[in-house]
Design a protein around this ligand. Structure first.
Ligand code: SF4
Ligand code: SF4
Length: 280
């Protein structure tokens, strides 16, 4: 049986909010009987976009995490719903808008904050994967159709085929350390949102003029091992990514230029990871 999954590339999301707006366009003021009641204009974000900044100006990057309902295969909302939340054979999770009436407790049942309370209609609501459109022959929901960067896509395949894609493309789910809910929403480049990064720049002074040091070797190590090594770019910049977010060790940075150790920097446990300019 083929099932639907979201594939979301964090590195391609530019926070344009087209996905959020197209969801509003599809669901605000529109009842889709058997699927969803009208979404309120304000207060609900069926496609929510979270923001994470790393570093500090001017050494900074920003990542955006588009986050719909994860359409979990082992969904806590289904257990809490006691018949009011169903998993379709194609993988999509729907809240029955009649059976769930008055069930505000379902909002707290989702560990990912994907269920919203409609105060006016007294019903919990969430992303439906635009199941009303898919059942009508569409190949993808409105948010995916509206995404201009290719950050959002949909797979429609068997679980075995999906497992192979997840393996070969290194896809991850959010909160992989958290409850094992078997999400059907997979992410590429999730490290942009979840990992730590060290930013810095190497500069020197030649005849009284500040110059960027391109091609310097920068080594990152902790007390036990070398972690990574890279060369500064034409602007003298370096960035070590995919570091664990909660570190317990002190890092040491060594800068080698023209075959000599030109600088050593200790980065203490709670120190900022945007190092600014290191002068050599
Ligand atoms: Fe249910 Fe939340 Fe999983 Fe969606 S993300 S299926 S609302 S538990
Ligand atoms: Fe990101 Fe695509 Fe949504 Fe724009 S439409 S915010 S690029 S996921």
């Amino acid at each position: 049986m083929k099932k639907y999954s979201f594939i979301i590339d964090v590195a391609k999301c530019e926070n344009c909010n087209n996905c959020f707006l197209s969801c509003k366009d599809e669901h605000c003021g529109n009842d889709w009987p058997g699927y969803s009641k009208s979404q309120p204009l304000h207060g609900q974000r069926w496609m929510n976009i979270e923001t994470r900044e790393r570093g500090a100006f001017p050494q900074i990057d920003v990542a955006y995490l588009a986050k719909p309902c994860q359409h979990c295969d082992d969904a806590p909302c289904i257990r809490a719903g006691q018949g009011a939340v169903v998993k379709r054979p194609d993988g999509i999770v729907l809240i029955d808008q009649e059976l769930a009436k008055g069930r505000q407790n379902l909002v707290a049942a989702c560990p990912y904050g994907a269920i919203w309370w409609n105060e006016e209609l007294q019903v919990p609501q969430k992303c439906t994967f635009c199941a009303h459109l898919l059942d009508d022959g569409w190949r993808q929901p409105r948010c995916v159709q509206a995404c201009p960067t290719g950050a959002l896509s949909v797979l429609h395949m068997t679980d075995e085929e999906l497992a192979e894609v997840v393996r070969t493309e290194g896809l991850e789910t959010i909160d992989s350390e958290g409850p094992a809910t078997k999400q059907r929403c997979y992410y590429k480049n999730l490290h942009r949102f979840t990992s730590a990064a060290i930013f810095g720049s190497i500069a020197t002074t030649i005849n009284g003029v500040t110059e960027c040091v391109a091609g310097a070797t920068v080594r990152l190590q902790d007390p036990n091992r070398m972690i990574a090594e890279q060369e500064t770019d034409d602007f003298g910049d370096f960035k070590f990514d995919r570091l664990p977010p909660g570190r317990s060790e002190v890092y040491e940075l060594e800068v080698v230029f023209q075959k000599r150790v030109a600088a050593k920097v200790q980065i203490l446990k709670d120190a900022p990871l945007a190092l600014g300019t290191i002068w050599i």
